[in-house]
Design a protein around this ligand. Structure first.
Ligand SMILES: *Cc1c(COP(=O)(O)O)cnc(C)c1O
Length: 383
């Protein structure tokens, strides 16, 4: 039987050698690898500036910190996203105002965003759901009209574009994650890209205590000044070295994902019991994180059994995301929210199954995943 995990990082000799070279150098932070990684990421995305940080969550948090968006402010946040998108707002002291998703894209409902703007709104946070770009042109327009910051969570959207402009460059900044199951990995790690020189300069200070000179830039070792408030949200040389190597492989990873995505889609279209989620933004190119299929209402209650039946056939699946964020207990309790206020996000949370399309699969694996889903549905319909 095949064994197909949902996600698996692809690491080889180049990554081993790059990490070993960093260890041998003794320069574990503040070295050449982070500079090279930032330059390579800027080049890949076409961004004027890229800043490596500890995680996507750190990048998002730094954004609100940098803009001094905090207590008394409201930030519009998608209900259907990773909890980090909302946590970054919550950590800043601002209040997240959740907005439902639309179907079939899973992306934020732009009309609902418009309706959620109040005099206290300071920013809109948007996620490109599973790599399918949200409608950035409409969101940029709303942000302009109300003078709001626009923060893009691109954690699963590296290699996604609208009109050949990489996501993350439509708003004020885009935040990436290099956690192991994302398109490329640095183990832990993240980055921000931006068109704003001031934001890039601010992030460089604020990711490292607000210190004005790092090791190597100091006339007298150990002597520096602190010119801003900041965190320790740095990316290490080991992580950056992994990132440099993974970025070289990224075009290949993305090409394979796109091929697998298309091949799987052709198979999924024959299954009457599921609707395949798909992006709807014109002129957009997805980064094809995975396929997510919405089970029809009759089968929805059987999702655990269908997932188990696929697992029994060796197919790993996932769910993005298991609850609308406002339905997660922390937010539900704090703000007296209910999942029922976000019906589309609730349907996605309760009725979808995410299927792997990553470069760890081959074409036969792709066909096998589709066959396993068909088999699982037949089995559950007859049980
Ligand atoms: C994975 C993910 C994050 C968190 O990324 P970290 O690098 O682990 O902080 C944030 N937002 C989205 C949409 C994600 O998928």
């Amino acid at each position: 039987m095949r064994s197909i995990p949902f996600g698996k990082p692809i690491l080889g000799k180049p990554e081993h050698e790059a990490v070993a070279a960093v260890l041998d150098s003794g320069m574990l932070v503040h070295g050449e690898q982070i500079k090279r990684f930032e330059a390579d990421l800027a080049s890949f995305t076409g961004a004027p500036y890229a800043v490596g940080v500890a995680s996507c969550t750190a990048a998002l948090h730094l954004a609100y910190f940098h803009y001094r968006i905090g207590a008394g402010a409201e930030v519009i946040v998608p209900a259907m996203t990773h909890t980090a998108t909302a946590h970054a707002v919550e950590l800043s002291g601002a209040k997240p105002i959740f907005v439902d998703a639309t179907l079939p894209s899973g992306n934020i409902d732009v009309d609902a965003v418009r309706a959620a703007v109040t005099p206290a709104t300071k920013a809109i946070s948007v996620v490109h759901y599973l790599g399918a770009p949200a409608d950035m042109k409409a969101l940029v327009e709303i942000a302009r009209q109300h003078d709001l910051k626009l923060i893009e969570d691109c954690a699963r959207a590296i290699g996604a574009y609208i009109d050949d402009v990489h996501v993350g460059l439509w708003g004020d900044l885009g935040c990436f994650s290099f956690y192991p199951v994302k398109h490329m990995t640095t183990a832990e790690g993240g980055a921000a890209i931006t068109r704003h020189e001031s934001l890039s300069a601010g992030f460089h200070l604020e990711r490292a205590f607000g210190v004005d000179r790092h090791v190597g830039e100091r006339a007298i070792p150990g002597v520096y000044d602190v010119v801003a408030l900041g965190f320790n949200y740095r990316m290490s040389e080991i992580e950056a070295a992994l990132g440099v190597q993974q970025l070289k492989r990224l075009p290949g990873f993305l090409e394979t994902r796109a091929k697998h995505h298309a091949r799987m889609w052709a198979g999924l279209k024959d299954i009457d019991e599921v609707q395949v989620l798909e992006g709807t933004t014109p002129n957009a190119r997805s980064s094809h994180y995975c396929h997510s299929v919405l089970l029809d209402d009759r089968l929805a209650g059987k999702r655990p059994e269908i997932i188990a039946a696929m697992k029994a056939q060796g197919v790993g699946t996932s769910v993005y995301y298991p609850h609308p964020v406002p339905g997660m207990r922390y937010y539900r309790d704090k703000y007296a929210l209910s999942e029922d206020q976000f019906p589309n996000a609730k349907r996605i949370a309760n009725q979808t199954i995410a299927l792997p399309v990553g470069p760890h699969l081959d074409e036969e694996d792709v066909d096998y995943v589709v066959a396993a889903l068909k088999q699982a549905i037949i089995q559950e319909k007859s049980s």
